[in-house]
Design a binder for this molecule. Structure first.
Ligand SMILES: Nc1ncnc2c1ncn2[C@@H]1O[C@H](COP(=O)(O)OP(=O)(O)O)[C@@H](O)[C@H]1O
Ligand SMILES: [Mg+2]
Length: 239
């Protein structure tokens, strides 16, 4: 579904992503892990068109999306959330969902109905007329996922969906992700919460200083000495 080949991104003299390649097969979850600053968000920003990569190629369902704008990439069926939720504080939750609609021909009443059904699925229906600013941090993460669901992408990128989310909202998020997987969606998941990522991922890629240092199934990664060293060698790990 998603293929990244030789992706590199520099910021001045800093190589944030260094010749990274991986693939995410359809209907699977790829977990991208690594300590704070290892380049995870930069990878996601390059894939989704927010940053322009210096080299490499990204294909989505066989189509080259490397030089496309983030809007075009969304139209090609890729949705993403942000590490720091990007919601509209002065709009209601329903209005927040309507801002992501890509097809301007769709009828408003039908869109509102869809938005309300999605808000219900993430247990935010009761707050649908409240403003974004009234949500807790965890609820904001759920709203981010709801906004992505609104345009029904096949490939979904989630940046730190569990960070700062209480255990019951975490469980709800995991359930929603599993339900979307059941509907045939594909995920790239970045998380510093290894418990959740180990639970959800089919395959894991480990980044360190922008480079892939390990890749494999959950059990391989859990026991990989390089991974253990990369994590335990850092005292203040915060994602
Ligand atoms: N827009 C930017 N400008 C300059 N440096 C950046 C920018 N975004 C990220 N970086 C740097 O790139 C490196 C990787 O950052 P990031 O991708 O955010 O890591 P992670 O998500 O794994 O914590 C860090 O050293 C960070 O400071
Ligand atoms: Mg990050």
């Amino acid at each position: 579904m998603l293929k990244v080949e030789g992706l590199s991104k520099r910021f001045g003299g800093l190589v944030a992503v260094d010749d990274l390649s991986f693939e995410v097969p359809r209907k699977t979850v790829l977990g991208l892990i690594g300590i704070n600053g290892s380049g995870k968000s930069t990878v996601m920003n390059c894939i989704s068109g927010l940053y322009r990569s210096d080299s490499g190629r990204v294909t989505l369902g066989g189509k080259d999306i490397t030089r496309k704008t983030s809007h075009d990439i969304a139209r090609h069926g890729l949705g993403r959330t942000f590490q720091v939720p990007r919601l509209f504080h002065r709009m209601t939750l329903v209005e927040n969902l309507l801002t992501t609609v890509l097809d301007s021909r769709r009828k408003n009443a039908e869109l509102v109905e869809q938005a309300e059904a999605i808000l219900d699925s993430v247990e935010l229906h009761g707050l649908r007329h409240d403003h974004g600013e009234e949500l807790s941090g965890g609820q904001q993460k759920l709203l981010e996922l709801a906004r992505v669901m609104m345009f029904d992408p096949d490939m979904i990128l989630l940046d730190e969906p569990f960070a700062g989310v209480n255990p019951s909202l975490c469980r709800l998020l995991i359930e929603r992700i599993q339900a979307l997987l059941g509907e045939g969606k594909t995920f790239l998941l970045i998380s510093h919460d290894l418990t959740s990522i180990y639970r959800l991922s089919d395959h894991i890629v480990v980044l360190n200083q922008g480079r892939k240092i390990a890749e494999g199934g959950v059990e391989d990664i859990k026991n990989d000495p390089q991974v253990i060293e990369a994590y335990l060698g850092t005292e203040a790990y915060d994602g």
